[in-house]
Design a protein around this ligand. Structure first.
Ligand code: GLY
Length: 559
């Protein structure tokens, strides 16, 4: 009797000690969740003033350029997927473009080899920035508050300054050598910033003030354009005033597909995000992931094999739709995905060599940034924006106050040779003047039973698609809340290299041993972090729950 009481007590203690899942910010009406509290707050304040999700998009995007120069930008580009409260959906492409003087072989030496750093560091790596065109296009179509009113708090933040966090200090130290290599003149880092310091962005405040006064054309045709073109040429780049003057953001039709009772709306080319996500989700839909268990060997196997096949297709078929014909309907059809899975068996890992060939080194990175917004009217926007690598090309225009992207590296410099994400490209993504480079950004919105259900996205280069996928599955298959779904350890496979990246300490030894026995190669060293997901879930009672990723300084603000 005494013994069974002790056992019962032990079980009760164990049950009580089991960590309760974390719940994210819950609000009645609206949430903005982004990589920095300052940006989320500026976006949420715009909503409080009566602005809608599109006004908040403009404010949050520009505020990230101030608060998160690591990836937030006006020297880069991005993608937005939206769903209005009446169910209307759409997408905006404000991706960078190759300059007019760009050529297919611009990153190759006379022997046809890729010249190290040329597509990643300094002025030659820069694509024509699209962010300012993107925010003005959004505002022109859907904005309700005056642009001047939306931009003012961002200018105020730039003047007041932003406090350096622990993570930011680390990033600044890590990238100092790159800054010094890329910049001929003053760099953002001249002051050796430490945690707790406040960085003021006075030149950026001046640039934003001119944009506030003169509108979109200030960046593309005005004084800012002239300064930028001159700066690019002084630093050995090829972007001209004509490149800037002819840049346009483009409205696109999003990729739409179903998974069980979910309708998934995601980004179309020139991002590979929506098509790849559709291929993976179509391939895994017939399998009973819920029964296999979360992050179990069988679930990891099915997801990995679907990812392997989708990424092999990505490399071959996808590029800028204004330049290449993409067999979109076939790629996102359920019959195509199930035919791709015919060669899969639970008994043994498929070798990527049997899907294609090659063995390629991979360096993980976690740049880019994502924010999700739901407003008090029920409109939703999902935006992923980037300067590509951490601090982009590391080239900082001190006169204008921002970093320039290194998005040209997202082209395939040489078909068959991997870019900085280890992604292997083909002819479809070769460099051509005025072409947009292929992306992995996957801003996504999900409907359930015809209603808004989730807004989700993440940075993470090639791992973006698979991080978005796992977050959706965590909610849909494993009944997790939004923050709980974001917190889970993640893994990633991208066809080449043929290994599963895993976040360290996130997976049991037992599962890792089982996967190895089946022939999978595991890599826990290159990816301390996979994705930084910022998402919003509509709860059954209509309230909203945010998932703000603790892998970064990400924060949700709402009301
Ligand atoms: N620059 C990362 C991406 O567009 O996927």
């Amino acid at each position: 009797m005494k013994q069974s009481f002790t056992i019962l007590l032990f079980i009760l203690l164990l049950t009580n000690c089991k960590k309760q899942p974390e719940i994210g910010l819950i609000t009645e009406k609206a949430i903005v969740v982004s990589a920095r509290k300052e940006a989320s707050k500026i976006g949420a304040d715009i909503l409080k003033k009566g602005g809608n999700a599109f006004d908040a998009m403009v404010a949050t995007e520009l505020a990230l350029a101030v608060a998160f120069p690591y990836a937030g930008n006006i020297g880069g580009g991005g993608f937005m997927v939206y769903r209005k409260n009446n169910g209307e959906i759409g997408a905006l492409d404000y991706r960078e473009k190759a300059p007019l003087a760009a050529t297919k072989d611009m990153y190759l030496d006379s022997l046809g080899n890729v010249i190290p750093d040329k597509s990643t560091l300094g002025a030659m790596a820069v694509g024509i920035p699209g962010t300012v065109a993107g925010v003005f296009a959004t505002h022109q179509k859907f904005g309700t508050l005056p642009m001047k009113e939306i931009i003012q708090p961002v200018i105020d933040l730039a003047k007041k300054g932003v406090v350096v966090t622990q993570k930011q200090e680390k990033r600044l130290i890590k990238h100092t050598p790159g800054f010094r290599k890329a910049n001929s003149k003053k760099i953002l880092l001249d002051n050796n910033w430490k945690k707790g310091d406040t960085i003021k962005y006075i030149s950026l405040a001046e640039t934003l003030t001119r944009i506030q006064q003169n509108g979109r054309d200030e960046f593309y045709k005005g004084e800012t354009a002239k300064t930028l073109a001159k700066f690019m040429q002084e630093n050995g780049g090829i972007i001209t005033e004509e490149d800037l003057a002819t840049y346009e953001a483009k409205w696109r039709t999003p990729i739409v597909f179903t998974y069980d009772d979910l309708k998934i709306i995601s980004m179309s080319p020139p991002s590979s995000g929506g098509i790849c996500l559709a291929q993976i989700m179509n391939a895994i839909e017939p399998y009973d992931l819920a029964a296999y268990g979360h992050n179990s060997t069988k679930s990891i196997q099915v997801i990995t094999e679907a990812e392997r096949r989708a990424y092999a297709d990505r490399s071959h078929f996808l590029g800028d739709p204004d330049f290449v014909n993409i067999p979109k309907e076939t790629l996102i059809s359920k019959t195509y995905s199930s035919s791709r899975m015919e060669s899969f068996s639970f008994d043994k890992a498929t070798s990527s060599n049997t899907i294609s060939h090659g063995s390629i080194t991979f360096s993980e990175s976690n740049e880019t940034t994502h924010y999700s917004i739901v407003d008090q009217f029920g409109n939703a926007v999902s935006v992923t924006t980037t300067i590509n690598a951490a601090f982009g090309s590391k080239l900082y225009c001190s006169e204008l106050g921002f970093f320039l992207n290194n998005e040209m590296d997202d082209f395939s410099s040489k078909p068959g040779t991997p870019n900085m994400f280890g992604l292997v490209g083909a002819e479809a993504n070769k460099i051509e003047p005025k072409k947009r480079m292929l992306s992995s950004m996957t801003p996504t919105i999900i409907e359930k039973n015809g209603n808004l259900f989730m807004v989700v996205g993440t940075p993470g280069g090639s791992t973006i698609i698979t991080s978005v996928l796992q977050t959706i599955l965590n909610v849909h298959e494993y009944n997790m809340g939004m923050q709980e779904a974001v917190n889970q350890p993640r893994f990633h496979h991208q066809w080449l290299p043929d290994d599963i990246k895993m976040e360290p300490n996130g997976f049991s030894e037992n599962i890792k041993n089982e996967l190895k026995a089946l022939g999978y190669i595991l890599d826990e060293t290159n990816s301390p972090v996979i994705g930084k997901v910022d998402a919003i879930l509509v709860l059954p009672d209509g309230r909203l729950e945010a998932g703000a990723d603790h892998r970064g300084d990400d924060t949700a603000v709402g009301f």
